[in-house]
Design a protein around this ligand. Structure first.
Ligand code: C2E
Ligand code: CA
Ligand code: CA
Ligand code: CA
Length: 279
């Protein structure tokens, strides 16, 4: 065609145009969602090796008026690209802290912790540490019960900064988990420098258990490494009894996955947690 050499042609590629406007559409809807409180948190149980409930991971959902319940994989990337991750992340953090303060006053749930996913952009905000500490104070939380989940790529991007920010929060008692462990590029030398409390073994390694010899070896090594470094470990995505049994046999301390419970709204989590206590 006569316009083939022109860059602007790309913008009129109908497929791309459609993708762009779908993104722009979602971005503006996400703005509305934040204003109109269409977001909510689901909570997924975390248990120890004896099966005792220790806490929950807070996972954001979007109750969209037309699309129904939207999973974070669909809108977190849009939120990241648009900067909306900042108000979204603040909302999640505040909501999780509020929930933690409710549990702290609920007999049977009072010693549970909550893990919150923190995006890179959010963690690097100048006011982030103050924001966390203000929430701890406002909701009168035991800071050790708040665990911030960070990813390797986020931390390694600027190690000196990450270490300093983590140390500062850790001095105040706030805990840190390294999320999706094993999927990034980080060397063990890096891990050693970080003031972490917990490693979360990525689901991709748990998937192949107990049959896959590579996954079994990797899982074993991560658990003994964590042991040496005095870190708690949570195996993510435990879906079957066989996976649970294997992990128990190699002394994995913490567990999360559909086998123990799916992410559910706070009211349902509360009900299940109280029933579990009575068993
Ligand atoms: P993640 O942090 O790795 O969270 C674990 C994901 O695995 C969750 O997906 C959870 O529902 C899912 N999962 C848990 N157990 C099982 C299992 O046994 N089998 C399988 N197949 N899946 C399991 P979800 O809730 O869709 O969240 C996806 C990702 O979105 C999270 O991965 C996290 O990276 C991000 N995310 C979720 N909530 C937030 C948030 O509040 N802030 C930020 N920045 N990211 C979030
Ligand atoms: Ca996580
Ligand atoms: Ca994870
Ligand atoms: Ca993940």
């Amino acid at each position: 065609a006569k316009d083939a050499g022109r860059n602007c042609l790309y913008f009129f590629d109908p497929a791309m145009q459609q993708a762009l406007s779908a993104r722009a559409q979602m971005e503006s809807e996400l703005r509305v969602a934040l204003q109109q409180e269409q977001l909510l948190l689901y909570y997924q149980p975390q248990v120890d090796a004896a099966g005792v409930l220790t806490g929950a991971e807070a996972l954001v959902r979007w109750q969209h008026p037309q699309r129904g319940l939207v999973a974070p994989a669909e809108f977190i990337p849009v939120a990241e690209a648009s900067g909306l991750i900042l108000p979204l992340g603040s909302w999640v953090l505040q909501q999780a802290c509020k929930q933690l303060s409710v549990w702290a006053k609920t007999p049977g749930l009072s010693d549970l912790s909550i893990s919150v996913n923190i995006s890179a952009h959010q963690f690097k905000q100048p006011g982030f540490a103050d924001e966390v500490l203000a929430l701890v104070k406002h909701f009168q939380l035991v800071p050790q019960r708040l665990k911030l989940e960070l990813t390797e790529s986020l931390l390694i991007d600027d190690m000196a900064f990450s270490i300093e920010r983590m140390r500062f929060l850790k001095q105040q008692g706030v805990g840190f988990a390294l999320d999706d462990f094993g999927t990034g590029y980080s060397s063990l030398a890096y891990i050693k420098q970080l003031p972490l409390d917990q490693l979360k073994i990525d689901r991709c390694f748990i998937d192949g258990l107990p049959e896959d010899p590579n996954d079994a070896a990797i899982t074993r090594i991560i658990i003994s490494l964590a042991n040496e470094l005095n870190l708690w470990v949570v195996a993510e995505g435990v879906e079957t009894e066989a996976q649970r049994d294997f992990l128990q046999a190699i002394q994995c301390p913490g567990y999360q996955g559909y086998w123990f419970g799916r992410p559910v709204p706070a009211a349902e989590f509360r009900q299940q947690a109280l029933n579990r206590k009575q068993e």
